[in-house]
Design a protein around this ligand. Structure first.
Ligand SMILES: C[S@@+](CC[C@H](N)C(=O)[O-])C[C@H]1O[C@@H](n2cnc3c(N)ncnc32)[C@H](O)[C@@H]1O
Length: 396
């Protein structure tokens, strides 16, 4: 069936319309004329794939990865970066009415963390929306050193190994390798000079269960169970946005919610007082060490869920929230609104949940700025930094 692609859907698929039916076409770009085939038919729409490209978009390019059509990790390898930027920028404008800046990081080899699934010794990513493993020997999103660790693992395939492999890397190329499951060649991994820290079924076999990460002049202890942003350049860009904000506004008291190892709280510690709230006890225990590593004595770390621990702190000037993909809990939103903080900065890796939360926050807040920091190039995701100000009618 021949179609013309009209636009993108929210996930970066192409949309085509034939008679009254909508087709979401994987890896299709706007204005392309394509021959498509239906992959799955739903009640009101169909999922489709490209059979033949009749007239390509000028931003179409050959995907560099041999796993692209199978693996669900990337969504934009078939397009030049300019096209991906257009998609992300237009989506932000469509959702939030504007996009003040699109900040690039690094197009490939940016990720400092990966989880591989393993079945009968086959190690790889899950095929999109399935539990089927696509074995891989290289991933363009991962840093060069992390790809080296992958090669090392592939050299000693263990057919009895079923489980999970986590690889994390810091800016010094120091590796934490975490193996879960029954792997018979742990000694081989232990002997490798590129494996600095090795954890096997929660037991430290070599090195430590953490590394120290450096961002600008700050140092952060990061346990392998603690969150850290996967794209360091992106984190530095978020820091620049926060620095500029602090330079231009009078901020005394700050709340850093969903704080992980208190990285953002520490960046904001030139304020008079910062309080971090985070539920992961490994991350808050790292955060307390991070205060010492950076000589910070005006930051308090609270362990617990934001929706439970957030109380009516007095005189908060700025609330920073950086929740997981699912966004904010309703109870948390009510409590955040009750703080009456003049500014709110919402950092989100999922525009859909940000837009949903915005609908409630809009009762008191208005958007000052929307920045996109491209933490996840080649995927349909982008980090959105939304700066809100309390509406004048609420202040008065
Ligand atoms: C996207 S990370 C951000 C961490 C930190 N701001 C940073 O930049 O490193 C989200 C964090 O929220 C934490 N989290 C998730 N749900 C939570 C909740 N209900 N209350 C407190 N923390 C939560 C997670 O453990 C994770 O550390």
């Amino acid at each position: 069936m021949e179609v013309k692609i009209l636009s993108y859907d929210d996930l970066g698929n192409g949309i085509a319309r034939v008679s009254n039916k909508v087709y979401f076409v994987k890896q299709a770009l706007p204005n392309e004329v394509l021959e498509i085939e239906e992959v799955e038919s739903k009640k009101n729409y169909s999922l489709a794939s490209i059979k033949k490209i009749i007239s390509p978009n000028s931003n179409r390019t050959e995907a560099i990865c041999k796993y692209y059509s199978l693996c669900g990790g990337c969504n934009f390898l078939h397009a030049k970066y300019l096209e991906e930027k257009n998609f992300k920028t237009k989506k932000a404008i469509n959702y939030f009415g504007k996009c003040d800046n699109f900040i690039e990081t690094q197009e490939l080899n940016y990720r400092n963390k990966v989880i591989f699934h393993v079945k009968n010794g086959n190690l790889g990513y899950y095929k999109e929306n399935t539990n089927e493993i696509i074995p891989i020997d290289y991933c363009y999103l991962l840093s060069p050193r992390t790809n080296e660790v992958l090669k090392l693992l592939l050299k000693k395939k263990d057919k009895e190994f079923n489980g999970e492999v986590l690889i994390r890397e810091n800016s010094q190329e120091e590796i934490i390798l975490v193996i879960k499951g029954n792997y018979n060649y742990i000694d081989y991994l232990k002997q490798s000079h590129i494996i600095n820290n090795l954890i096997y079924n929660d037991k430290v076999i070599k090195g430590n269960n953490y590394f120290i990460e450096e961002i600008d002049n700050y140092k952060f202890k990061v346990n392998y169970n603690s969150f850290f942003q996967v794209n360091r350049k992106g984190l530095k860009e978020i820091k620049k946005i926060l620095d500029t904000f602090l330079e231009t506004k009078k901020i005394n008291n700050v709340l850093d919610l969903y704080s992980g190892t208190s990285v953002l709280g520490i960046f904001l510690s030139s304020a008079k007082k910062v309080i971090s709230i985070e539920e992961n006890k490994y991350a808050t225990s790292d955060a307390k060490i991070n205060l010492e590593l950076n000589n910070i004595n005006n930051l308090e770390v609270i362990t617990g869920k934001v929706e439970d621990k957030l109380k009516k702190f007095q005189n908060i000037d700025l609330v920073v929230v950086d929740p997981a993909r699912r966004g904010l809990d309703n109870k948390a939103i009510d409590k955040i609104i009750a703080l009456n903080s003049k500014y709110l900065i919402y950092i989100s890796c999922e525009m859909i949940s940000l837009r949903r939360d915005l609908k409630k926050l809009e009762s008191v807040y208005e958007i000052l700025n929307i920045y996109l920091v491209d933490m996840f190039p080649k995927t349909n995701k982008v980090e959105t930094v939304c700066i809100f100000k309390l509406q004048d009618k609420v202040i008065s």
